[in-house]
Design a protein around this ligand. Sequence first.
Ligand SMILES: [Zn+2]
Length: 202
Amino acid sequence: MLPDVPIPKTIHSMSCGLSARSFFDLVKREKITAVIDTRLTKRYRGFGFATQEDDFCYLCETHGVEYCNGDILAPTDFLRKTFHREFTEPKTTATRNPKAWTEYLVGYETLLQQRKPLQSGLLYDVLYGTTHASIAIVCSCLHHDDCHRSYPCGVISRYIDNITLSILYPADRPPSRKSPRRYRNQDFVHADLYKNSPKARR
Ligand SMILES: [Zn+2]
């Protein structure tokens, strides 16, 4: 276990691939006062309102929320590209690496073991050195389980006693999972993430 944070906190796993209204409605409802943006590329042009880091910062400011650059929790370009090449690009199941998402998480786990975000740096400072009691950990992926943010969220809530994890979705309804489905073929106990791949047929 890690030391308790000075005041009890809730961390919310959230997607910024939403409309600004959906995102900030949730922020207001949950009284979130800090957003940690864990995307590798913070000007991702795809969907949602947060396509420019500046706009995201500005919208946070106008809602009285502190925007924090969460690079310490971002994946690497290498991890992203490998996953893309082995899983997203192939057109058929036969050419896809079925363990690509698991391998991505393994690589990400190693990365965090090197970066040690709960010993120093931005995340540590926000958790241990601020009065933010309701904090969002954000990426553009819609579903928690399709996103690298599931890993740090799990670790934080597992190892710090007075931090609770909440997974937030608009209307409290989980969105559909990405297709093809990103399965975990093994347990990641440190992150409370367990194997969720279907059992192999005999
Ligand atoms: Zn993500």
